[in-house]
Design a protein around this ligand. Sequence first.
Ligand SMILES: Nc1nc2c(ncn2[C@@H]2O[C@H](COP(=O)(O)OP(=O)(O)O)[C@@H](O)[C@H]2O)c(=O)[nH]1
Ligand SMILES: [Mg+2]
Length: 428
Amino acid sequence: MDITQSMEKLYSFAQEQMQHIVSGWRGFILWLRHQFAAFAEVLEHWGVPVDKSLSLAYTLAYISLVLVLVFCVWRLARISRSRKGDVAHRATCPTVEVSAQEHDGKPDTPEVSAEFPAVREQPISVYERMRNGLAKTHKSLFGKLDAVLGSGAKINSATIEEIEEILVSADFGVRTTQKLVTALQERLTRGEMQQAEQVRTALREEILAILSSTVYTADMEAHKPYVMMVVGVNGVGKTTTVGKLAHQLKQQGQKVILGAADTFRAAAAEQLVAWGERADVGVVRHSEGADPAAVAFDAAKAAIAREADLLIVDTAGRLHTKVNLMEEMKKIRRVLEREISGAPHETLLVLDATTGQNALTQARLFREAVAIDGIILTKLDGTARGGMAVAIASELHLPVRYIGVGEGVEDLRPFEPELFVDALFESR
Ligand SMILES: Nc1nc2c(ncn2[C@@H]2O[C@H](COP(=O)(O)OP(=O)(O)O)[C@@H](O)[C@H]2O)c(=O)[nH]1
Ligand SMILES: [Mg+2]
C-alpha cells in the first residue's frame, strides 16, 4: 500500500468520524430541545402562560448553568489554595484505632480506617496571631502603664511602686514582680531611667532576660520516634494542643501518631480522633475505661511499626483523684520508656493562663510526680494575664515551649521570647 492510498484511507476515516460527531451533535441538540419542551410543559402545568413557558425554561436553565460554573470555580480556587500551603508529605497516615480487646495479645496490628483530608486556615502571620492573642494583656498592662507614665511627671520610687501593682495585676506573680521592680530600682539609682520611654525599654529588657534564661530547643531529630507526653489538669487545653501540634508537625512533613491515653471518658478519645482526622494523622485509642498505660503501649508499638517520626500521647487530668492521676502518669511514662529508649523524650505540662497563679500550684504538683521538661501555656488570648509566661520561667525555671493564642489550628506557636515580648509591647 503506497502513501497516497493510506492518506485516502485516513481521510475517509476522518470524514466518517466527523459525520458521526455532527449527527451526534444534532441528536444532542434535538434531545436538548425536547427536554426544554418537556420542562416548558411542566411550567405550563404550574400556570405559566403558554407563550412564556419556553423562554422561562431557557432562563432557568441559563441561571442554573451560571450557578454551577460559579460553584466549580469556587471549589477549584479552594483546592488550589489548600494545595499551595500543603507540604508534599500527606495522606500517608490513616487513622488507626485499636480496641481494648485487640490489645490482648496482638498490640501491634492496629486496624486501619478511612483517610481524611487536611484542613487549612487562612494564612496570617505568626506575629499577627500572637499579637492578636496577647491583645488583652497588652491593653491592660500598657493602658495602666501609660496612665502612670504618660503624665510627664518625673520617674521616682512612687512610679516604680505603681508599676509593681500593675505587674501583679497582670499575673507576673509576686516574686517575679519583685525581681523586676528591684531591677528597675537599680536602673533608677544609676540614673538610667529618667523618662517614660526608658522605663518601657527597661521593663522590656528585664522581661526578655527572664524569658530567655530558660529557653531550649528540643532536638526532635535525635530520636525516631520522638515521643512527647502531654499532661495537665482537666480543661487546660491538652487535647486541643495535641491536635494543633499534630496538624502543624504533619504540615512540616513529619509522620505523626497520636495516643489517646485519656480513657476516662469516651468523648476524650473521640475529641482526639476528630483532631486526628482533621490533621490527617493516625490515632491509637482504646475503649472507655481502658488502662491508659495499655494505650501508651499500643501507641508506642504502632509508632515503631509505622516508622513514625513523632508520637504524641494525650493524657487525662482529673485532679479529684490526685494520687491515682499521678500514679497513672508514672505508669504511662514507664511503659513508654520500656518500649522506646529514652521515651518520653519530652514531657510537656499544659497550663491555662486564665487560671493565673493557680497554674503555678498545678505545675509544682505535677513536677512531684513526673519530670516536666517544658510548659505549654494556653488561652493567652482569653486573658489579660500574659505575665504568667514570665512568672513560669522565673519561678519554676521551666521553659515555655509553646503558647496557645486561640482555638484555631494555627493558634499554637513555639515560644520565642523576642517575638513574645515584641507582641506584648508593640503599640496598637
Ligand atoms: N481561647 C482559647 N481556647 C483554648 C486554647 N486551647 C484550648 N482551648 C479551649 O479549651 C477548652 C478545653 O480544651 P481541651 O483540649 O478539651 O482540654 P483538656 O481537658 O486539657 O484536654 C476547649 O474548648 C478548647 O477549645 C487557646 O489557646 N485559646
Ligand atoms: Mg482532653
